[in-house]
Design a protein around this ligand. Sequence first.
Ligand SMILES: [Zn+2]
Length: 247
Amino acid sequence: MLRLLCITAHPDDEAGGFGGSLLLYHNRGVETFVTCLTPGQAARHRGNAASGEELASLRRQEFARSCELLKVKHGEVLDYPDAGLDKLNFYSVVEGLVRRIRQIRPHVVLTFGSEGGVTAHPDHSMASLFATAAFHWAGRSNRFIEQVEKEKLEPHQAQKLYYATADFILPDRQPVSLPPATATIDIAEYFEKKIEAFKQHTTQAPLFPLFEGRMRKGRPVEKFHLVASSTPREIAYETDLLAGVVE
Ligand SMILES: [Zn+2]
């Protein structure tokens, strides 16, 4: 059984950035996991929430409904502060992600690029940096050694790390420098479900027309950049995130 772990920053990232691929790989028999670092309590769009706490609770429920539609085996929302990931202790966030990687033992890890995706959100950038360090350090027996010795967690080296990327930038935002795509995943079969999953995030409803309009303008694909591979290789354009992955 192959396993795929997706590390995101906010509820709705899992659907907007990775939804088609999560569904596609589920349908291919892969167990999928999502770890979302914040409950999104600092969002501009707040539904009817009267407080950050209330918004966090609503968004956790929306995340659960989205993960259900995307057939995610286990989705979790951690409690780090939305819009505050850049102020956290790097080592301690990475420690938590390394623990998850050593527990879940994914073959492939997906996250944002360090630019923060097309929105350049600093939380996306930080999710990328945390996830990248965790991908590498989870496999080393001399990193977070207390997990290995006291918690009896075996080091685990996932085989591939991908950053989500795109072949467009948003016209009304400052430009971002996206990682070049090295993989294009055809999600045509899952396109409508991806949009439906995004729309489970009803507190973010003002974003729906923008998101859907952008999605329907391009081809139904998700693009990724291969960042790291446990097997040394030359870059080759891929149409499958599991290419070369062994159980
Ligand atoms: Zn986000």
